[in-house]
Design a protein. Structure first.
Length: 93
């Protein structure tokens, strides 16, 4: 995730931390999370992770919310059907 790498490179030196990157499973967790606060929430979470960690690589627990808040990625056909159903229900309101 390009934005996450940017924030790590920007804030790690600023906060005097040696974090270099995120582990692959952390990037997957970042992509799965919905980020209701958008880019600002991502920035704040990464700042917090940089300040609190003593590791050089961030893991999924360092930068994202609990796994219970991550929604699973649905198969395409199922996601399309869910979107259509939600769209029609919203249109009828």
């Amino acid at each position: 995730m390009v934005i996450a790498r940017y924030y790590l490179a920007r804030y790690a030196p600023e906060y005097g931390n040696r974090v270099k990157a995120s582990r692959r499973n952390a990037v997957v967790a970042l992509r799965k999370y919905r980020w209701p606060g958008n880019i600002r929430e991502l920035e704040n979470r990464l700042k917090k992770a940089i300040v609190l960690t003593e590791k050089t690589l961030l893991g999924p627990d360092d930068s994202t919310s609990r796994p219970t808040t991550c929604r699973p990625i649905l198969p395409l056909a199922e996601a399309k059907e869910k979107f259509q159903r939600d769209y029609i229900n919203e249109a009828w309101r």
